[in-house]
Design a protein around this ligand. Structure first.
Ligand code: ADP
Ligand code: MG
Length: 212
């Protein structure tokens, strides 16, 4: 398969300019397959190994649709661990560099609640976090997802292995059914198929074998 440049995809000029400055010239295979589906607004299950570029695949989709003039949580990315959530948030901030005033907030367990509640009072466009802590904020009423547009489950297989299924279901129940749901996973066990059939609508499925 020939590599395609990002300029092939109808991304905002500021995203394309920034990708050039990051020296992301060509899409990885998972980006090439998933970006058109994501920009089309469809639900997606994407399977690819570590290092295949999954973060930019959903990150660019989320940033393309982001409306920074509306200061509420538009996208939520769920990750299995704090380390992964921090990495995702860092990559999202890098990808968003040329879009003014994008606020990405991380909300993970093992961190004090007080500062997180303070940050939430200031507002955010994109929240990245672990399911347990996100559910806690929803229960407390310190986070609302009633205008969510994108829900991303990153490393969904690990999230389920770690026992986060109930928390994920509780989170999903607070989001609008009009949301777009994107699920990324290295493997595709039966549990993933089951959760996908509960929370997704006619998802496209892509699988990329090669490490890139
Ligand atoms: P995954 O989530 O699939 O494990 P990541 O999203 O963490 O992979 O990406 C792996 C690495 O590849 C990161 O360092 C990221 O900055 C880099 N990367 C992602 N997409 C591209 C691209 N199109 N061109 C160059 N580097 C990329
Ligand atoms: Mg990843």
């Amino acid at each position: 398969m020939s590599q395609q440049p990002f300029s092939q995809i109808a991304l905002k000029p500021e995203l394309l300019r920034n990708l050039e400055s990051l020296e992301y010239h060509y899409m990885t295979p998972i980006q090439q397959d998933s970006l058109p589906v994501i920009l089309d607004g469809r639900d997606l299950i994407a399977q690819g190994k570590t290092g295949s570029g999954k973060t930019a695949a959903f990150g660019l989709g989320v940033l393309q649709a982001l409306d920074t003039s509306r200061f509420h949580v538009q996208s939520l990315v769920l990750c299995p661990t704090r380390e992964l959530a921090d990495q995702v948030a860092q990559e999202l901030r890098r990808l968003a560099r040329q879009i003014p005033n994008v606020k990405v907030l991380t909300l993970c367990g093992g961190m004090p609640l007080g500062p997180q509640i303070g940050s939430l009072e200031h507002g955010a466009h994109i929240v990245v976090g672990t399911p347990g802590r996100i559910e806690e904020h929803l229960r407390k009423g310190t986070l609302r997802l009633d205008r969510l547009q994108h829900l991303v489950l990153d490393e969904a297989d690990r999230m389920l292995e770690m026992g986060f299924q109930e928390a994920v279901d509780a989170i999903v129940a607070t989001t609008p059914s009009s949301r777009q749901t994107l699920l990324f996973s290295a493997t595709y066990p039966q549990e993933i198929a089951a959760i996908a059939s509960r929370i997704m609508r006619e998802p496209a499925r892509i699988e990329v074998e090669a490490l890139h």
